[in-house]
Design a protein around this ligand. Sequence first.
Ligand SMILES: [Zn+2]
Length: 191
Amino acid sequence: MLSPFLQKLLFVNQFGIDKGKINLLGDKLIMLHASAILELQDIDESKLYEIAKKSSLNNLVAFVEHAKVYGKIKSVIIKELIQLGQKIGQTDEGTIKTLEGLFNINGLGKMNIVNLDNEKKEAMINITDSTIAIEWLNKNKKESKNAVCTLTAGVLAGIFSYIFGGDVDCVEVSCIAKGDNICEFKVGGKS
Ligand SMILES: [Zn+2]
């Protein structure tokens, strides 16, 4: 099974795995096992967060720019991506779906935007079945004292820094690795 978002990108030749390369919207990706991410996290957690944040912000900028250049082909998915470059609000269902579709292909779990406030630059996001948290529990065979989805928090911080047009950070407030039902992330400005 391939997500509807990826199916659309595949159809317009903007996603492919061939000849030892994974191409997504003009960028190159490398697949890595989830356990390798946890090893990297053990080395330097805050560095991993900063790298993920910077990388997801830059990727999103590049995706939207790429879509604009590519936009001469009248594809709905490409138009939807270009719309990410504009401010979105809680009511912009189509754009929110595009954003969720784009996040969900990361393999980090399924993103649900619970609340979105453009004025305050704040958002609440849930991730169901967080890959990082499940891998952490498999590896450690016990619950964690702290939230563990640092990579996911970094990716979300980057995405919402782009969406809000200003630097925001992301903190994981609930985590299934801690025994919570869901991983929940709070996005907001630096205080
Ligand atoms: Zn988590």
